[in-house]
Design a protein around this ligand. Structure first.
Ligand SMILES: [Zn+2]
Length: 101
């Protein structure tokens, strides 16, 4: 699985020293809360999109709300997500992407 950030996989923070294997990929995180957020997000996207894996995950935004775009092969899926202080999903909404015509 590819992610767009070079820092922490969910908040792009450059500090910290936490490495976790998620979906078979070793990823850098700044803290354990970000790990929890990321795992919850990946699990939720897989469940909502009914995928067995995610190839690529692009995250934009900040703690107030993030726009996530995931892809699996030729398919893509977008959602808006926000987390609580423990890293659990506080709000989650599928974004409808206009289908190419
Ligand atoms: Zn982080």
């Amino acid at each position: 699985m590819k992610v767009n950030y070079t820092g922490c996989a969910i908040c792009d923070s450059a500090w910290g020293n936490l490495w976790e294997v998620v979906e078979g990929t070793r990823l850098f995180f700044c803290c354990a809360v970000c790990v929890a957020q990321f795992r919850n997000l990946v699990d939720r996207i897989k469940a909502e999109a009914r995928w067995d894996a995610i190839d690529n995950l692009i995250i934009e935004g900040d703690r107030r709300g993030r726009l996530c775009t995931a892809s699996r092969g030729a398919q893509s899926y977008s959602c808006r997500v926000a987390f609580n202080a423990e890293g659990a999903i506080r709000s989650f909404r599928t974004e409808t992407i206009p289908s190419p015509t």
